[in-house]
Design a protein around this ligand. Structure first.
Ligand code: UDP
Length: 497
């Protein structure tokens, strides 16, 4: 089955000083009492969280907690905001979440900033005067729309380079403003310098800054209010809730990523967040696969946005070039529908490159490689497909060239999977090599990558031990209660300013 991708939609924003500001899309995330986490994190941690939310409610009475980013679907920031909003609202905070609008030129420029902050060159638009003016104009239109929803004293967290241009507008309107940066590199270089030269003037008025790693904090923020908050996952979300092997297999069969074991298809059903029964109904929006992987074939899985820094193409070529040791295994490279992530203009191109490589594979390899773009229309359906893939994988890979944190790694570790991942960025905070997974020192070393992967496919004892270590690591460090504690403490500090 092979369906060509569809073109990217263009988001049009009204221009000019007299144009009416657009209404920004607002996510209406249903609240959930954070005490539901108690079954997973235990009563002592749940109590601590309860106390933190009580103090936050007192400190923030009458104020709103607002997040602003640039997409509601696809990528780690959207993933986290869904749950942080959910638990904050459930705990009685007045939490809101808006997404910015922009045109393709705006998102091309902010994607260029994203690559530069990761310390990587890219062929995007220059950060020149015309770019700055366009960035300013788009941010101004968004700020005017946002200001209709904001009151003095509200605490607003602006995420990543897209929203940096809103800082001054919101501060001048009396809001407390936090800028949270989810990307970075341990090794500043001329590209990071260029990104900071562009961003610094926009950020200067922020009250506080949040980074995912200490190493990402730029030198010019010395002495300013900086917090380091590592991301986390929700063990109760559709993506991370336990899924019985039979349920996972049924879901993968439904989306064409597993062949039936015995000729019968069980129902592809799952429990939705509201308690109702959901059914996976949608097909991948693109699927390149000669036929589904046999039910008993070991599956190697990488789930990522179609971004050059996730290096999906090289996962494919190193699988193809492995020296025969991966012959019984299948590889699934899976990402979101390339039209579904509005702030990521490169998705279509990266996916097309992978498809071109897939088409050129020799038959004996192509039949074992599967490329899928998952539907984004229903975020829980998307999430449960990712869950089924991750928990059915013999090995999960994340061969990123740069990574802010890498939630896909956390998600796989939580499912007790053996992970092979590059030793870059936040992945290094998650995995100690040989204890919680395998770290690839040089992310471009495709030979070692294939060797580690095939070793884990063949050695169930080692894969099981690493998976068990991984699960413990996430249980202790990377579940949402820890991030919510840090976040509520930051809100209280900022509200006192
Ligand atoms: N993701 C998803 N559906 C997809 C592909 C990715 O839900 O088709 C999710 C993935 O499970 C993870 C997030 O997107 O929660 C990616 O976050 P990560 O921190 O790994 O990388 P980012 O995209 O933020 O660079």
């Amino acid at each position: 089955m092979a369906h060509p991708g569809t073109p990217q939609p263009q988001t049009v924003i009204p221009r000019g000083p007299h144009a009416a500001p657009p209404v920004l899309p607002e996510a209406h995330v249903p609240g959930a009492d954070p005490l539901v986490l108690s079954g997973t994190v235990g009563p002592a941690r749940a109590d601590k969280l309860d106390t933190a939310f009580r103090k936050a409610r007192e400190a923030l009475a009458g104020r709103r907690i607002i997040d602003v980013n640039s997409t509601m679907n696809g990528g780690g920031v959207a993933e986290m905001l869904h749950r942080l909003q959910r638990y904050s609202r459930g705990a009685g905070l007045d939490a809101r979440w808006f997404t910015m609008r922009g045109d393709p030129a705006f998102f091309a420029l902010t994607k260029q900033l994203h690559h530069f902050l990761h310390g990587v060159n890219a062929s995007g638009p220059p950060l020149d005067r015309a770019g700055t003016e366009h960035y300013a104009a788009v941010c101004e239109v968004n700020a005017r729309a946002l200001l209709r929803a904001i009151r003095p004293g509200d605490v607003v967290t602006l995420h990543d380079p897209q929203a940096a241009g809103l800082v001054a507008h919101l501060r001048l309107a009396g809001a407390r403003v936090v800028w949270r940066c989810h990307i970075g590199t341990d090794h500043p270089n001329p590209y990071t310098d260029r990104a900071w030269a562009f961003l610094q003037p926009w950020l200067d008025m922020a009250d506080a800054f949040v980074f995912s790693r200490e190493q990402y904090v730029p030198g010019w923020l010395a002495g300013r209010g900086v917090a380091v908050i590592r991301p986390s996952i929700d063990p109760l979300s559709a993506k991370n809730r336990p899924l019985a092997p039979s349920a996972a297999a049924a879901i993968l069969r439904r989306v064409g990523l597993r062949a039936p074991a015995d000729g019968h298809d069980g129902p592809a059903i799952y429990r939705r967040g509201d308690g109702s029964v959901g059914r996976v109904r949608r097909n991948p929006t693109s699927l390149y696969s000669a036929s589904p992987p046999p039910a008993d074939a070991p599956l190697i899985v990488q789930v990522s946005r179609w971004d050059p820094l996730k290096d999906m193409a090289s996962v494919l070529t190193s699988f193809a070039e492995a020296d025969g040791s991966l012959d019984g295994a299948h590889l699934a490279l899976v990402g979101p529908d390339v039209t579904g992530v509005t702030d990521d203009p490169e998705g279509g191109q990266v996916f097309a490159e992978c498809v071109a490589l897939w088409q050129r594979l020799p038959d004996r390899v192509r039949t074992r490689v599967h490329l899928a773009c998952l539907p984004m229309a229903d975020s829980e359906e998307n999430a449960v497909i990712v869950n089924a893939l991750q928990c059915s994988a013999a090995v999960v890979t994340q061969k990123s060239l740069a990574e802010g944190f890498g939630l896909t790694v956390t998600e796989a570790m939580w499912k007790g999977r053996a992970v092979v991942a590059s030793a870059v960025g936040g992945i290094r905070d998650q995995i100690e090599h040989g204890v919680h997974g395998i770290l690839l020192d040089d992310p471009r070393d495709s030979v070692s990558f294939a060797a580690h992967t095939s070793r884990l496919v063949g050695d169930h004892g080692l894969a099981g031990a690493l998976g068990a270590g991984a699960r413990r690591r996430v249980q202790e460090n990377f579940l949402d209660d820890r991030q919510l504690l840090q976040q509520t403490s930051l809100y209280r500090k900022v509200a006192r300013l």
